[in-house]
Design a protein around this ligand. Structure first.
Ligand code: FES
Length: 160
C-alpha cells in the first residue's frame, strides 16, 4: 500500500523518478532555508501582552516612519505602536527600546543617536532608538523591551 502511495505521489505530486519523496522533502527544506524570516519579539514594561513579528528584512520599508527596516518601521508596519514624536527622524528619544537579545545583529548607531540616547529615561547599555536600529539580517532574532516611560508629552497613537 505504501509503495503504491509513494509511486502515485512521485508521479502526480512531484513528477520525479527515484526517491521522489526524499528529494522533494529536501527541496522544500532548501526553499525554507532560502527564505529565512527575521524575528522581532516585543515585550512591554507596562504589562501589555508580548508580540512576535516574523518578517523579511528585504521587504522594508514597512511603514513611512524611521529608517527602513528599523525596529520602529517593522513595528508600525505590523500594527504595533511605538512612540515616535519626531516621526522617526532621530530628533527625540520617544522610540527608546531596550534590546534584550540580538543587540549585535542591529545596524550600528550614529553619534547623533548616541547623543540623544543620553537623554532617554531609563537608559541601559543596550538601549537603542527604535527608529535608528535597523534589522538587516534575515536570521536575526531580536528581543526588545518597550520602557514604561518616555519623555514624550503627546502620543502619536491617537493621530494614526
Ligand atoms: Fe524620535 Fe526615534 S522617533 S528619535
Amino acid at each position: 500500500m505504501m509503495a503504491k502511495i509513494r509511486r502515485r505521489c512521485k508521479r502526480r505530486c512531484f513528477g520525479l523518478r527515484g526517491d521522489g519523496f526524499a528529494e522533494s522533502t529536501q527541496r522544500i527544506i532548501s526553499i525554507a532555508n532560502l527564505n529565512p524570516m527575521a524575528k522581532l519579539r516585543i515585550q512591554f514594561e507596562n504589562g501589555d501582552p508580548e508580540k512576535l513579528i516574523e518578517f523579511d528584512p528585504a521587504k522594508a520599508p514597512f511603514h513611512h516612519d524611521g529608517k527602513p527596516g528599523s525596529i520602529l518601521d517593522v513595528m508600525l508596519g505590523h500594527g504595533i505602536h511605538l512612540e515616535h514624536a519626531c516621526g522617526g527622524n532621530c530628533a527625540c528619544t520617544t522610540c527608546h527600546v531596550i534590546v534584550k537579545q540580538g543587540f549585535n545583529k542591529l545596524g550600528e548607531s550614529s553619534d547623533q543617536e548616541e547623543d540623544l540616547l543620553d537623554r532617554a529615561p531609563g537608559l541601559t547599555p543596550t538601549s537603542r532608538l527604535g527608529c535608528q536600529a535597523v534589522i538587516e539580517d534575515p536570521n536575526a532574532e531580536i528581543v526588545v523591551v518597550v520602557p514604561r516611560y518616555t519623555i514624550n508629552q503627546v502620543s502619536e497613537a491617537a493621530e494614526e
